[in-house]
Design a protein around this ligand. Structure first.
Ligand code: PLP
Length: 370
């Protein structure tokens, strides 16, 4: 009998989280503000080695607020990796910025040579580069920081998928004017839905915080010098986040163990994997089949066993909505999309789950890896 569906990366929560949420409830801080929001922000600042953190409603909201603070509008060019989730570029698109996409290298991170070409070509107004730490692997922080500095581009790190990852001991989200995290239900650490901005700039932090709360001025009545947003994180959800961060070392250890298992079985069966990078948090493990037919066949084999998988992000330059957007390169990300399959990588995978996952992989590979 089936033991139930195995999801790609479901939340991993238990007694710690239940107690923290109950504490938020019992102390009466059910309203959005409260001590758990403050505590979560303190911990996120420490985790990211940043001076400030602002907890907000989602990773997308976090990026939107940073763009609002910077004043991104139609006079800006926003350069972004093409291999990412749409939320990396959605806020810039909504603000009317000119988008430019850049291909990845074989690890899935932005190709720094092509990034240089893209930044050089962005003439006119201001330029912003949204760096992305794909699947919990930091891009080359040294290279992207140096290129942005050299070409006069503002760097914002979309580290939504990379909580707990590092680049040469530097935390995900630490370069640039700001970094953002996501605490969506499928991420390394979840608040069920949530996000954060991390930054060293006190002005940016204060403005983002104010805008997330409707930009209300400190008057007894509602006074506004600008129009803000309702992007706050609630104290109850922050409690969940504080408890999750308390378990981050264990979460990362379990994710590393997952990766070790996939590396071993893929090595034995001759299945290629997306090359690893140091310091990754192993959010999602990615198998690279020999063809898109092979990818679809493996996905179908997992689906038949009630196990969730997902193709690698479909690159932005292949999305119908971005059909007119300039892309530098594009073949590498297309190839990873066509052949790549994200494998179940949840923190809570147990022995029985692994038995089912391995059975599918072994059986599939007997048919000859395609
Ligand atoms: C790369 C990337 N950027 C941004 C986001 C947006 O985060 P959220 O879902 O919390 O809005 C996500 C995740 O969903 C993501 O994977």
């Amino acid at each position: 009998m089936s033991a139930g569906r195995i999801f790609l990366s479901p939340p991993w929560v238990g007694d710690d989280e239940r107690k923290a949420v109950a504490a938020a409830f019992d102390t009466g801080y059910v309203a959005p503000c409260g001590p758990f929001v403050d505590e979560l922000e303190r911990r996120l600042a420490a985790l990211s080695s940043r001076r400030h953190a602002v907890a907000v409603a989602s990773g997308t909201a976090a990026l939107d607020l940073v763009m609002a603070h910077l004043g991104v509008d139609s006079s800006w060019t926003v350069v972004a990796p093409t291999l990412t989730f749409v939320a990396s570029v959605g806020p810039a698109w909504h603000r009317g910025a000119k988008l430019v996409f850049v291909d990845c290298d074989k690890t899935g991170s932005v190709d720094v040579g092509l990034l240089d070409d893209a930044l050089r070509s962005a003439g006119g107004g201001r330029t912003l580069f949204v760096g992305v730490d794909l699947y919990g692997r930091c891009c080359d922080y040294d290279a992207v920081s140096a290129l942005c500095a050299e070409r006069g581009a503002v760097l914002v790190m979309d580290s939504a998928e990379a909580v707990g990852a590092t680049f040469r001991s530097r935390p995900a989200g630490s370069p640039g004017v700001a970094g953002i995290y996501s605490f969506n239900g499928n991420k390394i650490v979840t608040t069920s839905g949530g996000g954060a901005v991390v930054t060293d700039d006190p002005g940016l932090a204060a403005h983002v915080k104010a805008m997330s709360q409707q930009s209300r001025e400190p008057f007894p009545w509602y006074e506004h010098r600008e129009v803000g947003y309702n992007y706050r994180m609630s104290n109850i959800l922050a409690a969940l986040g504080v408890a999750q961060l308390g378990r981050l070392p264990e979460i990362l250890e379990r994710r590393r163990a997952n990766h070790g298992k996939y590396a071993a079985v893929c090595g034995r069966l001759g299945v290629e994997m997306l090359p690893g990078v140091d310091g990754e948090n192993h959010w999602l493990n990615v198998a690279l089949l020999k063809s898109s037919e092979g990818r679809d066949a493996l996905a179908a084999a997992f689906a038949a066993a009630d196990i969730e998988t997902r193709p690698v992000w479909k690159p932005m330059h292949l999305q119908p909505v971005f059909s007119g957007v300039r892309v530098f390169g594009g073949d590498m990300s297309r190839d990873l999309f066509e052949r790549g399959l994200c494998l179940p990588s949840g923190t809570g995978l147990d022995e029985e789950d692994w038995g089912r996952i391995m059975f599918v992989m072994e059986t599939f590979s007997k048919g000859g890896v395609r």
